[in-house]
Design a protein around this ligand. Sequence first.
Ligand SMILES: [Fe+2]
Ligand SMILES: [Fe+2]
Length: 269
Amino acid sequence: MRILFLGDVIGRPGRTVATRRIPLLRQEYKIDWVIANGENLAAGIGITLDKAEEMFRGGVDVLTSGNHVWKKKEFVDYLSRHDDETRILRPANYPDAAPGHGSAVYTVGSEQLGILNLQGRIFMEPIDCPFQVGRRHVQEMRARGVKIIFVDFHAEATSEKKAMGHFLDGQISVIVGTHTHVQTADEEVLAGGTAYITDAGMVGVARSVIGVEIAPILERFLTQVPVKFEVPTSGEVLLCGVMVEIDSSGRALNIQRIQERHPYQGTGR
Ligand SMILES: [Fe+2]
Ligand SMILES: [Fe+2]
């Protein structure tokens, strides 16, 4: 099975370039399944259903997320009302009372694919332990006979992501980090056969501070006064992610980093 994963897709520039490129990448690399992190789809912060649908129409099969998944109340309400919604996952280690699902199993051709979303705790909300919750979800999926398991670990600290990679190595097929929006160059297949990268990067405007306009961020750092973050409306877009090839036993055969630059001239955020 070949999986394409795109890091945090940011606002309209990210959505536009991602949905333009996915069909071509799908063809070129014979991709079976496309996953993207969608926590920044809506004007850079949060998800709305219409933006998620735009991504599904554009070729994404499943959206993972992270700490910003709760930013739009209408979307949290949607998750509460639709317990059968498994196309969009939220980190599994939020309390069980939170709406949405943290993992699900999908049918891809003749194979089963398990996808699990986790969130780190270093410099982030003090939610449940991602290691314990992650192990439980992985064990449950493996007990159901699911051999191919993909994990998006949405975390700030490199050490926490590296540790999780080694913790789950041999139990899952792939673990990608998200949330920092800056791609790392440490992709590898670990000793137990799990493909790993500390951060997949983003799909967003390159000349920015992790996908949003530079000036307001600078003002915030200089004054410590909260400001509204805006997604740039034009500029070159970085499209970052990985492609992973996995055998039917669930072992990763290789992981390849993608980092492309595409022109973007838009009107909205
Ligand atoms: Fe993000
Ligand atoms: Fe995040």
